[in-house]
Design a protein around this ligand. Structure first.
Ligand SMILES: Nc1ncnc2c1ncn2[C@@H]1O[C@H](COP(=O)(O)OP(=O)(O)O)[C@@H](O)[C@H]1O
Ligand SMILES: [Mg+2]
Length: 510
């Protein structure tokens, strides 16, 4: 086992009634990049948290560099040369980079004593891997990509030879991902062994040496990634069957403008400017994708379009009528559907039954109500139909929405918003957290909705999804429109705009 940096055998980890990992084997070769692939909930993070000493496994053993070890704390993992960068960063924002690093290792020596020395070492590491991090900058000043680099830098500084990265590219633009992968290759050249958790197949194929696939807590297989491996092979391992849909490109021309947003400004929940002087037209039979790094005004834009957020300046025009700041009910009556990013709080009545959540917007109307009486049979058969179509995993239509898993809650919302024949559909992160099959189903539904003549706006942090669906792509940065590009544009061109470079005359182009 000497050639393995990590070898895990027969790992089982149980959370009350969930077997998050079941008899999993995993081996990482020294000096390699190993992908850990699987759908949401497959058990990837859990397995790595076992390796990092966050969780204790019920069964199974771990060898590090050929020696059997009991890893019962992250401190132990670190002492064995293991570093982990979590999905959610753990940096203290008011502190500087070097202070953050010293905080993590304060047991070694006093903070004041070696700040300078630590900063010097960090700067050297940053240079070595071309990370461009100034140890004295404050974390709050750094972009998400830079914060990630600080986390990696911290792990390296602590002596990590085995680096676990949990979905690192989820928050990066294509350019940043490119640079990041370059860094990973350099680390591999220096003999480091890297585990890259991801659910993006492109990344697996472009960077990893080997991939291990988990499904439902079980290890499905480990494959060498060479020119023979295809996305289809990997998808099949991940999902357990062939993927269902193949999208055909849009051949129809968009129709007339339905929804016009003219020079609007809006504030976020903290009262800060979230959108400024933003203009966009939505047309019949067209999908406009909104690309951008999370938190650049996308959520606020969706809320404005759904009538849930006040517009401070500018106008919202529907079918030629100024409808700025009308009530949410008005928007619903105009058949504007909204799939909110924050499912639980905005889109569901958690204590209501599943069947009623499906008819939340129209239960007072036929066929669900007649002469002021709810029609139990119509409501229940609607549930049966939707449950089948969207493959909603639920015991009974009388259970509350609260009982369902996140993915299944999303399916209930989608069924309601898409099946109500919308004229405008605003979908914010519509497939986040769904498994591959369900996500494909939802994308197909968005395309169908467009093909039925609706104007569709899709916000997604997943650029691949935006490219797959959009007829036009609008890019948001810092609450401003950076430009509108045709569907199928070069991801790098979109990436430039996502980082704040503006197209000439962007505000007029929509
Ligand atoms: N701390 C926890 N408590 C209870 N259940 C958990 C916990 N962490 C993960 N799980 C469950 O274990 C399963 C695997 O989760 P996870 O390892 O996070 O998957 P992945 O990282 O592949 O998306 C899921 O069903 C999840 O709900
Ligand atoms: Mg995870």
């Amino acid at each position: 086992m000497e050639q393995f940096a990590v070898s895990m055998r027969g790992i089982t980890k149980i959370f009350s009634d969930v077997k998050a990992n079941e008899n999993v084997d995993f081996s990482l070769r020294k000096g390699s990049i190993h992908g850990l692939l699987g759908e949401n909930g497959a058990g990837k993070t859990t397995l790595m948290n076992v390796l990092y000493g966050f969780y204790r496994q019920e069964e199974g053993d771990v060898w590090i560099n050929g020696v059997k070890e009991t890893i019962d704390s992250p401190q132990k993992a670190i002492s064995l040369g293991i570093g982990m960068v979590h999905q959610h960063f753990m940096l203290a924002r008011p502190l500087t980079v070097v202070e953050n690093v010293m905080l993590g290792k304060k047991s070694r020596r006093g903070i004041l004593l070696d700040t300078k020395e630590t900063a010097r070492e960090l700067a050297a590491l940053s240079d070595r891997y071309r990370m461009g991090i100034d140890p004295y900058s404050h974390v709050w000043q750094l972009s998400v990509g830079e914060q990630q680099r600080v986390e990696i830098l911290t792990a390296l500084y602590m002596g990590a030879n085995i680096l676990i990265l949990d979905e690192p590219t989820a928050v990066l633009t294509p350019q940043e991902t490119d640079v990041f992968f370059h860094t990973l290759r350099e680390m591999r050249n220096d003999g480091k062994s890297i585990i890259l958790i991801t659910h993006k197949l492109e990344e697996i194929i472009s960077i990893v040496d080997e991939v291990t696939v988990l499904r439902d807590g079980k290890m499905i297989g480990t494959k060498c990634v060479d020119e023979h491996v295809t996305k289809d092979d990997l998808t099949k391992m991940m999902v357990g069957r062939d993927v269902l849909f193949h999208f055909t490109p849009n051949t129809r021309k968009p129709g007339k403008e339905i929804f016009q947003i003219r020079n609007i400004s809006a504030k976020n929940g903290k009262g800060l400017v979230a959108l400024s002087d933003f203009s966009l037209d939505l047309r019949e039979g067209e999908i406009v994708g909104i690309a951008g790094v999370d938190g650049n005004g996308q959520s606020e834009l969706c809320e404005v379009l759904a009538g849930l957020r006040k517009v401070e300046n500018g106008n919202v025009v529907l079918d030629g009528e100024d409808v700025t700041n009308r009530s949410p009910r008005f928007y619903i009556d105009k058949r504007i559907s909204y799939i909110a990013e924050d499912r639980q709080n905005t889109s569901l009545a958690l204590n209501w039954s599943l069947k009623m959540n499906l008819v939340l917007k129209n239960f007072a109307r036929p066929p669900f109500a007649k002469h002021g009486l709810l029609q139990k049979n119509a409501i229940e058969s609607h549930w049966d139909e939707m449950q089948k179509a969207y493959q909603i995993k639920a015991n009974c239509c009388d259970d509350t929405a609260r009982c369902l898993s996140g993915g299944n809650q999303q399916k209930v919302i989608l069924a309601r918003e898409i099946e109500s024949d919308p004229r405008v559909l605003v979908a914010s992160q519509p497939t986040r957290g769904l498994d591959v099959g369900a996500a494909e189903y939802v994308r197909q539904k968005l395309l169908d909705t467009r093909n039925n003549g609706a104007a569709v706006l899709v916000v997604s942090a997943d650029l691949e999804e935006i490219l797959q669906l959009s007829d036009r792509i609008a890019v948001l940065y810092d609450g401003k429109l950076m430009g509108v590009l045709p569907g199928g544009s070069d991801p790098f061109e979109i990436g430039e705009l996502m980082m704040g470079k503006k197209l000439e005359g962007a505000q007029n182009e929509a």
